[in-house]
Design a protein around this ligand. Sequence first.
Ligand SMILES: Cc1cc2nc3c(=O)[nH]c(=O)nc-3n(C[C@H](O)[C@H](O)[C@H](O)COP(=O)(O)OP(=O)(O)OC[C@H]3O[C@@H](n4cnc5c(N)ncnc54)[C@H](O)[C@@H]3O)c2cc1C
Length: 385
Amino acid sequence: MNPNPYIDEDLQALATTARRFAQERVAPGFLERDQTRVLDRALLREMGELGFIAPELPEQFGGLGMGCLAAGVIHEEIARADLSFSYLNLLASLNGQILSKYGNPEVVGPWLQKLIAGQAICAIALTEPRGGSDAAHLRLRIERDGDEYIINGEKTSISAADQADMAVVFGRTGTPESGAHGVTALLVPMNTPGITTNRFDCHGQRAIGRGSIFFENVRVPANHRLGDENKGFVQVMHGFDFSRSLIGLQCLSVARVSLEETWEYITQREAFGQPLSAFQGVTHPLAQYDTEVEGARLLCLQGLWLKDRGLAHTAEAGMAKWWGPKLAYDVIHQCLLCYGHGGYDRGLMEQRLRDVLGFQIGDGTAQIMKTIIARVRAGRKFVPA
Ligand SMILES: Cc1cc2nc3c(=O)[nH]c(=O)nc-3n(C[C@H](O)[C@H](O)[C@H](O)COP(=O)(O)OP(=O)(O)OC[C@H]3O[C@@H](n4cnc5c(N)ncnc54)[C@H](O)[C@@H]3O)c2cc1C
């Protein structure tokens, strides 16, 4: 890996250790997990014991108090081996930030310890059957009843829905017209009575999987609220700026390993008496994509660097989120074509292509990201929706 201004010697060393773990322990099960669609809990615990899950979280909760760039370099290495498995790092960083910042420490503390140790998985439940882009108009009902909240409704397309031990759930406590100002976030243990789940047959990211979560008179103590009542959307949603930079790195890392392998392959495979690398029709698309990947990766690292300094990074995060997954998909597609018919067989390239596609939709589509960028640049009142 070439040095760059964001990744100092310490982070470089961290990346090297994470790559060793990812290559030796995560990569061997990449193809099999796509078939079995089950995350290996023992491997998750191993990753936690090594300090590779949400290292940016405060030490009081079991984290290492490192910067978000540290989370970024680990994320890249795990995703390089298996994007679906690295979803666990993503969920831990996104939800860990929300829980540690907005939760009651006595309630969230034990959960955070488990999350960081790789002993628990936390889903994030925002999307509903009626739509995900217009998230502020969600309908899942949350009502206060004494010292408890009662939840009724359905969340859908939730990653790890049927494997999670807890979920951060967004629901409506205000009137239907209250929009973003009537949403409350709760931490919900997934073994709470009244919760059922299902599993979709996904195109990619099959080890983590997606599904619906159904809530029928589900009761959680009021101290499980995250942030203030009716402020769930306005306060808690800021965590997504972090995960968007991570998603960009996650997908681009898969693109980078695909490019590395393809550069090597085209020097070995011959056609018309020459290696494929002799043909500019083969090398120039790869050279162009390699250029774009280098640039896009730096943009993602810039987002994390800004976050580590407490500086605004919403636009950069939106850019990372729409550009990274789209570019990664196009890159892997091109790499797959370089392998000819072999690339079309079940295997590394086609699975990577399926895996990265999900992030052109999950966590918000390109259109929604571009609206967010436009709001930062032009001003929110000039970009209504
Ligand atoms: C792999 C994957 C993982 C996911 N994981 C989770 C998860 O863990 N938790 C969770 O809560 N959700 C998750 N989702 C759901 C995801 O966040 C939503 O699918 C996404 O926000 C889009 O919502 P939608 O599918 O309802 O599409 P819709 O909102 O119905 O949009 C359909 C299309 O219309 C476009 N569109 C909508 N509004 C506008 C507009 N104003 N301007 C321009 N275009 C617009 C969209 O860009 C999209 O192309 C996941 C989805 C996938 C595919």
